[in-house]
Design a protein around this ligand. Structure first.
Ligand code: SAH
Length: 387
């Protein structure tokens, strides 16, 4: 007998509308253990589909199939192959990119990133965690990586009652690997770096920014130099700032590796530094703002908005006329519309008229699934100071 979870009619409607998540409040009856693949039934015991079940998270069910279609390892394998084939078809000029982007690849709560010959995986629900050994075996068969690392240390795993661990699942994973994006090489620490090592979702935004960057560059919230390294070569002067001393050390090492010795990296709090630079009368032709997610949940939205507005307003004041501001938010809770309104207010308050040159999102290897707004998290606007 397979395990069963019965949901309310509201839950059933949500599935019909195309969303893969069912919240605990829409679960009516459970005859299953956490981590199992279950059959989901509607209130009148009609089969809704198959899902991953979690007994701890607010997200109780993550749908894998709809109607009578069964879910099992062959289906997961086909979806992984499909996801990888899509990335291959993109013909990305990079050795590091996302192979599996969870919900958007119909593999909810599974992340697989490729860094050259190595793969980094994350299982972010009880169900995916249980399937991970089988998935690692499939990845070895499909992609023949030299090593697979499980970066199962994101905090969201705690919401699932799962341990935070980092472990090698296959082969050998060196302490540092080299990832290339276009002309730039980054040294990456897969075990300790943020996310799975790099912010792979910004690759195409760095390329886009390279269409405009010139003169004096400031890359704020630089991490290991993502934007700064890509843009420095076409800028007469380049500065990168980050609050983390480790990150600043890596920017310097990466600058040397890529032959951009004029990139100056320093450890600073961007909020303080923007104020100091304004007082000092320093001005920039190109500024990048790529802060961490200020809004981690809905409750922190109003503080987050104030934070975004503060840095954008100050950056606008630091721009020379005809200068460019590349400004990002990776908070899913800050919608593109909200982000646009915040930029409008920052422009009004700073008395700096700006036009929108490009409105962008995460790279194509991080697709957005229509009907699932949670898969659209990154906003990147390229603005130009009009005068
Ligand atoms: N642009 C980067 C990613 C930035 S991630 C890339 O493309 O690779 C955000 C970074 O902001 C992190 O490295 C974090 O250390 C840094 N950070 C967070 N708060 C900060 C602050 N107040 N001032 C400066 N840096 C900060």
């Amino acid at each position: 007998m397979s395990s069963i979870v019965v949901i309310s009619s509201r839950g059933e409607q949500r599935v019909r509308a195309g969303h893969p998540w069912i919240y605990r409040s829409d679960v009516v009856d459970v005859r299953a253990e956490g981590g199992e693949i279950v059959q989901v039934l509607g209130p009148r015991r009609r089969m809704v589909g198959c899902a991953l079940f979690s007994d701890r998270s607010q997200i109780s069910l993550r749908m894998l199939t709809r109607g009578d279609t069964p879910a099992g390892l062959p289906l997961l394998r086909a979806r992984i192959e499909n996801a990888i084939a899509f990335r291959e078809a993109l013909g990305l000029d990079a050795t590091a990119y996302r192979l599996v982007h969870g919900e958007a690849d119909l593999l909810p709560s599974l992340i697989v990133d490729q860094y050259g010959d190595h793969l980094v995986v994350q299982a972010l629900s009880q169900g995916m965690d249980r399937l991970l050994p089988a998935i690692a075996t499939m990845l070895v068969e499909i992609a023949a990586p030299a090593g697979i690392l499980a970066r199962n240390d994101p905090k969201v795993r705690a919401l699932e009652g799962l341990e935070q661990t980092v472990e090698v699942l296959h082969g050998i994973v060196p302490e540092s690997v080299i990832a290339r994006e276009g002309p730039i090489e980054y040294a990456v620490d897969l075990r300790k770096g943020q996310k799975t090592g790099l912010f792979l979702d910004q690759r195409e935004n760095k390329e886009a920014a390279a269409r405009y960057a010139h003169g004096r560059l400031l890359d704020a919230f630089s991490y290991t130099g993502g934007f700064a390294l890509r843009l420095a070569r076409q800028c007469a002067h380049a500065e990168a700032i980050d609050i983390s001393a480790d990150a600043v050390g890596l920017i310097r090492a990466n600058a040397e590796r890529n032959g951009v010795p004029h990139l100056e990296a320093r450890e600073a709090n961007v909020f303080d530094e923007l104020r100091r630079l304004e007082r000092a009368g320093v001005r920039y032709d190109t500024i990048v703002l790529d802060p961490p997610a200020f809004a981690k949940n809905k409750a922190s939205l109003s503080n987050a908005r104030a934070g975004y507005k503060e840095i954008n307003l100050r950056a606008m004041r630091l721009l020379t006329p005809a200068g460019y501001l590349v400004t990002c938010s990776c908070s899913y809770h800050v919608s593109e519309e909200m982000f646009g309104e915040m930029l409008h207010e920052a422009s009004v308050d700073s008395h700096v008229p700006v036009s929108v040159v490009e409105k962008r999102t995460q790279g194509r290897d991080h697709p957005v699934l229509v009907g699932v707004p949670e898969t659209h998290y990154l906003k990147c606007f390229i603005l130009r100071r009009v005068e």
